[in-house]
Ligand binder design. Structure first.
Ligand code: NI
Length: 173
């Protein structure tokens, strides 16, 4: 099931999300819905707060290849190591449609998480995967990519999103 994606600004996008203690069938359904929602958007990553659930869960697939997908579901993802070398990527976000800006992050990141079967996984991501996983984990801490930008640029984007939300609310009536 495709779920509606919250658009910034929204208080649920600013929350520190709660860890998952036990992977229930509801949470597995949520993860499957999040992947469907992400592919439909289309996007390469999605965090639970973006569909209004403030739990520590992200999904991603940076293959950008419909014939060779690599859907990943990460519960309680944690960055355990980052490289000193940085990489700049023009980021976007499904909660901030059509806005892009350069963000600098470590170009490699080792992440530990729990998979849908409850097993611990660990992987060192690089390239787009590294950017994406750090961006999505930020969401679980109430942080958006625009928080890395200067105040003026952030306010400009926030005003554009407020306008977009007003227009969408009008269309929905
Ligand atoms: Ni995002």
């Amino acid at each position: 099931m495709i779920r509606p994606i919250l658009i910034h600004p929204d208080p649920r996008l600013k929350k520190l999300c709660d860890p998952v203690q036990e992977i229930t069938s509801d949470l597995r359904t949520l993860a499957a819905d999040m992947l469907a929602t992400m592919y439909d958007a289309p996007g390469i990553g999605l965090a639970a707060p973006q569909v209004g659930v403030t739990r520590r869960l992200i999904v991603m697939d940076c293959m950008k290849a419909p014939d060779a997908p690599r859907p990943l579901i990460l519960f309680n993802p944690e960055v355990v190591w980052t490289s000193d070398t940085l990489h700049t990527y023009e980021e976007g976000c499904l909660s901030i449609p059509e806005q892009y800006a350069d963000v600098q992050r470590p170009d490699k990141a080792t992440v530990r998480w729990m998979d849908p079967e409850g097993a611990t996984q660990e992987e060192t991501f690089d390239g787009l995967w590294a950017t994406c996983v750090q961006h999505e984990i930020d969401h679980l801490n109430g942080k958006l990519f625009i928080d890395y930008l200067g105040l003026m640029k952030r306010q400009l984007i926030t005003r554009k999103m407020e306008k977009l939300k007003r227009e969408r609310a009008r269309e929905a009536r």
